[in-house]
Ligand binder design. Structure first.
Ligand code: MTE
Length: 324
């Protein structure tokens, strides 16, 4: 991932297209070759083997939800778990798969507070049991211009929201994620102001598509994908889907979110996937599907709301060029 320093001193990423997948794959294969040639120890070779980075997770049973089945081919597990954005573990796509192994996901609690009748702190095991786990296959489109198709496991965030009984002041929901410098080497960088925070309007959070995810591909979430609990919002750019959440706050005002704070002209609060609103530094009209990105692979047309038109009514009457 290339980083550009902006006038206000905040590091901004360029789209991943500048570092195409084949380039980083080649770089990784080069490192592997080097290890093969110069280091005899099988243990070290193992360290540079990306298969080893894709952690074999614990199995997690879930019932497929037929409303969220896609015809699209699913992204390979090894791609989904080795090409990640998780800046707390480095800004290169391949870094989180290795560095996030230090993340301790148990014990883990998640505090739910603010404008609610029943604030509560849940441990991860209670959260897992709060509603039946479903498998839902969602597309996720990154703001950088690539997308994946992943079988997630979780349940609608609305199931959790119902339990805490938000009051009429709860207009927005804020997701605060873990920021522990002892476990997360990326926290020492100034690339973002930590913790990574995201937010939604309450009606967006209550939309059935908004998923509280605890697993993927039939297993618990790998650390690099946001273990032990993250949000997945398939109609919004990937950065809205906060990973490793420790707090959910119900608030009156629109929360200050990490990327909006870092570069407000580039990353709006809504960040709905919208091929008609370009990022100031690149077009959003097309996307690369990870796994289809060989030298001659065609790009796909990006769809409004990433193809999830059922959310359109949330934005009736809003100018989505202004509220990007
Ligand atoms: N959550 C945290 N805490 N830190 C991050 O850096 N990156 C976001 C989002 N959630 C990020 C995060 C971005 S930019 C994307 S595209 C998605 O996570 C990537 O999720 P994935 O690695 O499962 O594909």
């Amino acid at each position: 991932m290339l980083i550009k320093r902006s006038p206000n001193g905040i590091d901004l990423p360029f789209p991943s297209e500048i570092t195409p997948r084949e380039v980083f794959e080649a770089r990784r294969s080069f490192i592997k070759q080097m290890a093969l040639g110069s280091i005899a120890g099988a243990g070290l070779l193992e360290m540079v083997n990306r298969e080893a980075f894709a952690q074999a997770g614990q199995k997690l049973a879930a019932t497929p939800n037929k409303s969220y089945v896609l015809m699209d081919k699913q992204t390979a597990y090894k791609d989904a778990t080795t090409y990640n954005n998780y800046y707390e573990f480095g800004t290169d796509k391949e870094e989180p798969a290795g560095l996030a192994s230090t993340l301790k996901t148990r014990p883990w609690t998640i505090a739910i507070e603010g404008e609610v009748a029943k604030p509560m702190t849940l441990d991860i095991d209670s959260l897992l049991k709060l509603a039946p786990l479903e498998e839902r296959v969602y597309r996720l489109r990154c703001v950088e211009g690539w997308s994946m198709v992943i079988p997630w496991i979780g349940y609608s965030l609305s199931s959790l929201i119902r339990k805490v009984e938000p009051n009429s002041n709860a207009k927005f929901v804020e997701f605060v994620t873990l920021a522990d410098p002892k476990q997360m080497p990326g926290i020492n960088s100034r690339v973002l102001k930590w913790p990574y925070v995201e937010g939604l309007r309450i009606d967006e959070a209550n939309h059935p598509l908004a998923l509280l995810a605890v697993g993927m591909y039939g297993q618990v979430l790998p650390n690099q994908n946001g273990a032990p609990v993250r949000i997945v919002l398939p109609w919004k750019y990937g950065f809205k889907s906060a990973k490793s959440i420790v707090k959910i706050r119900f608030v009156r005002e629109q929360p200050q979110t990490a990327w909006n704070r870092a570069a407000p002209r580039e990353y709006g609060f809504y960040s709905n996937v919208n091929p008609e609103v370009d990022h100031p530094r690149w077009s959003q009209a097309m996307e690369r599907r990870i796994g289809e990105d060989g030298l001659f692979a065609k790009k796909r047309k990006t769809l409004m709301f990433n193809g999830y038109n059922e959310v359109a009514s949330l934005y009736t009457g809003m100018d989505l060029k202004k509220f990007f």
